[in-house]
Design a protein around this ligand. Sequence first.
Ligand SMILES: Cc1ncc(COP(=O)(O)O)c(C=O)c1O
Length: 457
Amino acid sequence: MNAKLSPGLLHDPALAEHSDLAPGTLDAFWMPFTANRQFKSNPRLLARAEGMHYWTPDGRQIIDGVAGLWCVNAGHGRREIAAAVARQLTTMEYAPTFQMGHPIAFELASRLAELSPPGLDRVFFTNSGSESVDTALKIAIAYQRARGLSGKTRLIGREKGYHGVGFGGVSVGGMVNNRKAFSAVMLPGVDHLPHTLDLEHNAFSRGLPHWGKHLADELERLIALHDASTIAAVIVEPISGSAGVILPPLGYLKRLREICDQHDILLIFDEVITGFGRTGKAFAAETFAVTPDLMTTAKGLTNGAIPMGAVFAHRKVHDAFMQGPEQLVELFHGYTYSAHPAACAAALATLDIYAKEGLLTRAASVAPLWEEAVHAQKGLPHVVDIRNFGLIGAVELEPRAGKPGTRAFEVFLKCFERGIMVRQTGETIALSPPLIIEPSHIARIFEVLSDVIRETP
Ligand SMILES: Cc1ncc(COP(=O)(O)O)c(C=O)c1O
């Protein structure tokens, strides 16, 4: 396939200036998590962004219903972030953080520590959510060893969990398409809790479902099977996004915490999508009043402007490593770009915006309107469930017989044609707009979505 971009797609001279793509081929870019051949026969391109909107190369305005990919929490085109990154790049574009340091890395870690759930005030920098997850899993296992419990190596994830694409993340994750090609080379010693999606009991729940707290007790069963002396950590997303927005039943996360405490097992929250305001507080840990021992983040940390992730560790976890001779490296782990200066600058500017505009709590005030709008899709053809929390929404459609995912994919395509970007995952249309969203955008998103659902057989 050698699909060419139509030169007409790039008629805007301001955009064409940067249009290295045109009139070249689309072949060389092997796109991630994409049906490459299908995409390249009918590309959907984004060329510019500002506030709540993207623009296509031919100038069509698109409302961003997913904050890019759950990351542009403060909206697009934030000049403060661009200026901070530019300043940093012209001052010092790179500095190592292995046995060296640079000031804004420490400043950023301190700022994040102030924002973190109680006790999680030690921060390890990565470059993505996947790296944050693999880092947290390694810290958990090394922590147990540092305490003299080197038998505690097993990890417990959850069905339908998404923890990125590293070998650690796919091993504890529970999405079959991400796992099946690699099934023989997964991490050993991993088990999974059952997922908490249950349409029979919880369809059309508003906010957290009431049924399903007991699913946390399955952890007791896994502990009885493997013994706590072999288990390092349990990792879950407080709210799963990638599998189609799966909410924790009321009391479920607290119960997991209790069981982990009873058995001396670390609890890891993967807050890559829930972090930085998505649920109405800085972190879901705070929203749900359950404090994990390790917390993985990325995405909203820099408003998506520069890749960066961070693992927040409870001080007790961190301090367990700070023993032995002081001249020795305590954790043999890190990335060339851990705490990259440009990423630190972007993150600091992002945190300033969040603070100045009250964005980390804005989802809580918009949530009631959002909830009404999402649930207004109830009764439309093929809608079998609707889920919401904070500024997250999901509309699940009935699958077409023998053609899984095609109905939702068609809805996604038609929404894009009509100026709304949503995310399709399986049978679900997921929404997670920038936290700056206004009622008029909400109205438009759901006007288009409901028209499209109505028209899609
Ligand atoms: C919960 C969770 N963990 C990890 C990741 C992986 O993040 P990244 O794509 O930055 O590696 C994601 C991405 O969506 C995620 O939702």
